[in-house]
Design a protein around this ligand. Structure first.
Ligand code: ATP
Length: 218
């Protein structure tokens, strides 16, 4: 679940972003829409606990993020949030298995090899475990990143423009993989997108429409 009220974020040197209120139940599906600069990535960074709001209340998976210390937020995010960023941030110094193992190291936990195999298999990329990310197609790399996102069975899955730069077939496959990942984790799924194909694929999804803030008068 994600509940926000009066949420605002101020980036240095930019007009303050003000977000519409939201009450999304656990397991819900949300499309975060808005033109470039309307704050989609900023909203995701708030819900992921990467930034704290300049004002407003924010409850994610039952947790008030403002009540956590920075280290507590990092631990909470590692356990409860699955992130599929626009740039996938897979390390080419490691193979696919090693990239997923990093998630356990970040939490100070023993690497759960069975969980890694299961996450990769759930996205149909278990045969790629020994490859380096640089040896993967764009679609394969995205599936690996999604396997990493669902590794801890997160309560909330956040995907930033997952269909950008994909052709129709690859975009449909990416959306199917996301829907499957959501089902596997029984997660709340938020997809930030300005791709009309996502809305067409998921007409039942809730939409949170963001508007670009007005520039202050000169
Ligand atoms: N780290 C930052 N420092 C200063 N301003 C920032 C920072 N990140 C974002 N902004 C500003 O906040 C506003 C919203 O940016 P954001 O990236 O969240 O929008 P977006 O809707 O995700 O855009 P896009 O679709 O282009 O990715 C923009 O005016 C942007 O310049």
């Amino acid at each position: 679940m994600i509940r926000t009220g009066g949420l605002r974020l101020r980036h240095a040197g930019a007009p303050e972003l003000a977000f519409p209120d939201l009450d999304l139940p656990q397991g819900g599906l949300l499309l975060l829409q808005g033109v470039s600069g309307s704050g989609k990535s900023s909203w995701l960074s708030l819900v992921a606990g990467l930034r704290l709001p300049s004002a407003g209340a924010l409850l994610v998976a039952g947790q008030d993020l403002a009540a956590l210390s920075p280290a507590g937020r990092d631990a909470w995010r590692g356990r409860h949030v699955g992130l599929l960023p626009q740039r996938l941030h897979l390390s080419d110094a490691l193979d696919v298995r090693g990239n997923l193992a990093l998630a356990f190291h970040a939490l100070g936990r023993r690497v759960d090899e069975a969980a890694i195999r299961s996450a990769l298999a759930s996205l149909g990329v278990d045969a790629l475990a020994a490859r380096r990310p640089g040896q993967l197609s764009v679609g394969q790399a995205q599936r690996v990143a999604l396997a990493r996102a669902v590794l801890m069975t997160p309560a909330v899955l956040l995907a930033d423009e997952p269909t950008a730069s994909l052709d129709d077939e690859a975009a449909a496959a990416a959306l199917a993989a996301l829907a499957q990942a959501r089902e596997r984790c029984d997660a709340t799924l938020v997809v930030a997108t300005h791709d009309r194909r996502v809305r067409e694929a998921w007409p039942q999804a809730r939409v949170l429409a963001l508007a670009r803030p007005a520039e202050p008068a000169a």
